[in-house]
Design a protein around this ligand. Structure first.
Ligand code: SF4
Length: 653
């Protein structure tokens, strides 16, 4: 045991101001690490401080925005999945800046605090380069990139080779080209970069590292674009030092063995991941056969149904994607769970080598009625190259397809249900802002609705809103039909990063196993959100199998960092983080109105398959919300009382 100040962590933060060109390197605050752990928790605090000084950020793409990229205490250690990094910012997509008639006078929401998690190598390489967090403010006058090498951060003018001319506009190259160029320039480094979508400030553009790993949701790429920031490249050789190395090795071995045992235990869903990865859920959602025995919740035709022709499903099933899967291609430090595999299609118009798409991507494109496996595979590759979040893209497409089908679409061309080529075309139009279709669909949904109403579309505003499930600043629903599980609908409604997110709480197995009742569902959602706040703040993956409250995990953590938690005090960190994020979102305009909004389509019952008749019941949803706010000790309007921040020691009394 040495007398160093930080164990596990690198212990350094870099504050970069792109407007002034200044870089300030500061020692991290150990007390904040104890309270908020790292990654997502620390980033929430740093965004909170920024907004506290300036007030609500009314334009997430203005120079006043802040974006943070970083890691945490367990990153780059022997703990399985310890390769996940964090990126936090105010989202330009969950943005509804004015009271709208068509929303029955709901209050404005100016973008929600979004945290995106990403694996690959970059988060661990940033730590090896000596930094826990890179905090970026301002806007550069000319395109720049950041170079982070062995304790130093430089702002460098972006090279002309990183850009290309498309349709008379200078735009950033594809993510793989940027990565290749910067890897040649800085051997053995790792890069996270915007793609052309981010450069053109598409509101759902992501950041990409390792060619296919993304800080996916919320529009981090657009925030980079708005700052004239191309990429961050990191290189270093520093490895984490531990408070008690021998004990850490002993305990991390015990945790590793437990992960391995759980992965091979057929009663755990994780047991299927090394082979099928997340695509395991396709068969579960369509056919059932797991806890609830019923499927019928794989969305179809813009969430109209959760079931469709089984012959069509077979073409995009778990088995169909297994047929094209190759070797594992996993995040740095991933062990045992190994959810990602390479994939290849050898012939036809979509022949390509890449990675197998994830469940959520496939599900949300099935929701666009795509049943062309190879087309889905190719489209996924394009999204990675352009830097586009596949999930929000799927939601935006499904909405546009329905508008078109119903005759509410003001253009002669546009995406069509079941037509992969029309989706590829729309993607390119959005990314390169080629035409009016692309310019419209790159925007947050509430601004799209305003435009459609102004354009004199042949539809009443409520008919337009019915087609767009991302209305009122939603992030876009994930690939589990929202009408089927009331607990999951509450999880979708209350996720701190926006309506429709599935990663902050996941209730499916619990509800299939019989969990019901407003109080029980609310408690389960709040408990899951607490756990996920911990996962993201520790630098681990959603699929990490172990209980953070287990004696082995707690002892391992204190041996790594020197910070002692009990099961209860660690859980309190999760609650503190989630509450702080909610407070930031309150500052940005979020209240019960946001959580309570039920996209009109979800009140219409499913008509096909084993879940026929199911729909969201708004009265029951309100009952769950009442119980949910009590769980968190927020007001019944969904506001965090200031005194709770004092209780959580975020603010002084
Ligand atoms: S389980 Fe999958 S997402 Fe998680 S760390 Fe491993 S490869 Fe990455």
């Amino acid at each position: 045991m040495a007398d160093k100040k930080f164990y596990g962590y690198a212990g350094r933060w870099a504050f970069v101001n792109l407007s002034t060109g200044e870089v300030a390197i500061k020692e991290a605050d150990p007390e904040l690490y104890r309270l908020l752990i790292g990654g997502r928790g620390i980033q929430a605090y740093l965004i909170y401080q920024h907004l506290k000084e300036r007030g609500a950020l009314k334009d997430p793409l203005s120079p006043a925005s802040r974006i943070i990229v970083g890691n945490s205490s367990l990153n780059d250690t022997a703990v399985p999945t310890a390769g996940r990094g964090s990126c936090s910012f105010i989202s330009p997509f969950t943005y509804s800046p004015a009271e709208k008639e068509w929303l029955e006078r709901r209050t404005p929401v100016f973008g929600l605090l979004t945290h995106s998690s990403c694996g690959g190598l970059f988060p661990n390489m940033l730590k090896r380069a000596g930094f826990d967090q890179i905090i970026i403010d301002g806007r550069a006058e000319k395109p720049v990139r950041l170079l982070v090498v062995e304790g130093k951060v430089e702002i460098i003018e972006a090279e002309p080779e990183l850009f290309e001319e498309i349709n008379g506009h200078r735009v950033l190259r594809r993510a793989s080209e940027t990565t290749d160029f910067l890897s040649r320039k800085h051997p053995d480094s790792s890069t996270v970069c915007a793609g052309p979508a981010g450069w053109n400030q598409v509101a759902f553009a992501c950041l990409t590292n390792d060619y296919h790993r993304n800080f996916g949701r919320g529009g981090a790429g657009a925030v980079f674009g708005s700052k004239n920031l191309v990429a961050i490249t990191a290189y270093g050789r520093e490895l984490p030092e531990f408070y008690d190395r021998e004990k850490f090795l002993e305990k991390s071995k015990a945790v590793d063995e437990s992960v391995k045992k759980h992965v091979h235990d057929p009663s755990w869903t994780a047991s299927f991941r090394p082979e099928t990865g997340t695509t395991w859920w396709l068969d579960r959602a369509f056919n059932g056969g797991y806890l609830g025995k019923k499927g019928g919740y794989l969305p179809w035709h813009n969430f109209d149904e959760g079931y469709f022709d089984p012959e069509l499903y077979r073409k995009v099933s778990t088995a169909a994607f297994l047929e094209i899967a190759g070797k594992h291609k996993v995040c740095n430090r991933c062990r045992h769970i190994l959810c990602t595999r390479s994939a290849a299609v050898s012939s036809g118009p979509y022949a390509h080598e890449g990675v197998r798409p994830e469940f959520e991507t496939i599900a949300l494109w099935i929701n666009c009625c795509l049943t062309d496996r190879d087309g889905i595979f190719y489209l996924n590759h394009l999204c990675n190259e352009f830097g586009v979040d596949t999930m929000t893209f799927g939601s935006v497409m499904a909405g546009a397809m329905e508008l078109r089908e119903k005759g509410f679409w003001p253009f002669s061309d546009g995406p069509e249900f079941g037509n992969v080529e029309s989706m590829i075309r729309a993607l390119e139009e959005i990314v390169y802002q080629r035409n009016d279709v692309g310019r419209l669909l790159a925007r947050p949904t509430d601004l799209v609705i305003d435009e459609l109403i102004k354009s004199g579309a042949r539809a009443r505003p409520e008919e337009i809103v019915r087609c767009l499930t991302t209305a009122y600043a939603g992030l876009g629903y994930a690939g589990i039909e929202p009408k089927v599980f009331p607990g999951m609908f509450a999880a979708y409604a209350t996720s701190n990063r926006g309506r429709g997110d599935h990663t902050y709480a996941w209730t499916i197995q619990a509800e299939e196993g019989g969990l019901s009742g407003a109080e029980n569902l609310a408690a389960y959602v709040a408990g899951s959100q607490t756990g996920k706040a911990l996962t993201d703040s520790l630098g681990l993956c959603d699929f990490f199998t172990e209980d953070f409250a287990s004696p082995d995990f707690l002892e391992m953590y204190s041996a790594a960092t020197g910070i002692e938690y009990t099961a209860e005090s660690l859980k309190e960190c999760g609650r503190r983080i989630y509450t702080l994020e909610r407070y930031v979102n309150n500052m940005q305009g979020r209240s019960r109105q946001y959580d309570e909004f039920v996209p009109p389509k979800f009140t219409e019952p499913l008509t096909a398959g084993p879940q026929a008749g199911k729909a969201v019941d708004p009265a029951y949803h309100r009952e769950i919300l009442d119980a949910y706010y009590r769980q968190w000790r927020w007001t019944n309007e969904g506001l965090v009382p200031a005194k709770l921040l004092e209780e959580y020691r975020i603010e002084k009394p």
